[in-house]
Design a protein around this ligand. Sequence first.
Ligand code: GLN
Length: 188
Amino acid sequence: MKVGVLSLQGAIEEHLKMIKRCGFEGIKVKTVGDLENVDRLIIPGGESTAIGKLAKIYGLDREIVKKGREGMPIFGTCAGMILLANKVVGNEQIRFNLIDIVVERNAFGRQVDSFEVELKIKDFNGKPFKAVFIRAPYIKEAGKEVKILAEFRGKIVMAQQKNILVSSFHPELTEDLRVHKYFLSENY
Ligand code: GLN
């Protein structure tokens, strides 16, 4: 299985490393042709407005929407989650409308408020997941098709709707492979 990482801006290498550690081939996706060549896609953290604008310039926005609607598994972390959302509070920025959530950006505070927490993720047995939040968004509202996988201080920070998975935090910045393994598992 080939796993693409949208490589326009943001935490790209970290995801590629995690994919490799999970035993799969990671591929940088910069063009529509690259996207054709992968089975799953990760949209990394970074700056969601910048990634959205670049995706549009390269014609990747429409293709990602098409693949997502066709059922390709797509995982968005942080800025990636913002890009996959149906709605962003107070902002009409470019996004892919692939998951029925309303997202609030920078919702836990600015850069100085980056933090780590021990997070309990639904159906993840064993120890909690060390979640790194950096200028993180959270999910303000989720439609009834959306499965809530984790909450922190009463806010939704990880969710899934069919083939689309999102997290407010950065699982690629830890040594724990469980979130990537979940996304890359056979029956996902
Ligand atoms: N605050 C960024 C945004 O709104 C996301 C931060 C991140 O991806 N670490 O795009």
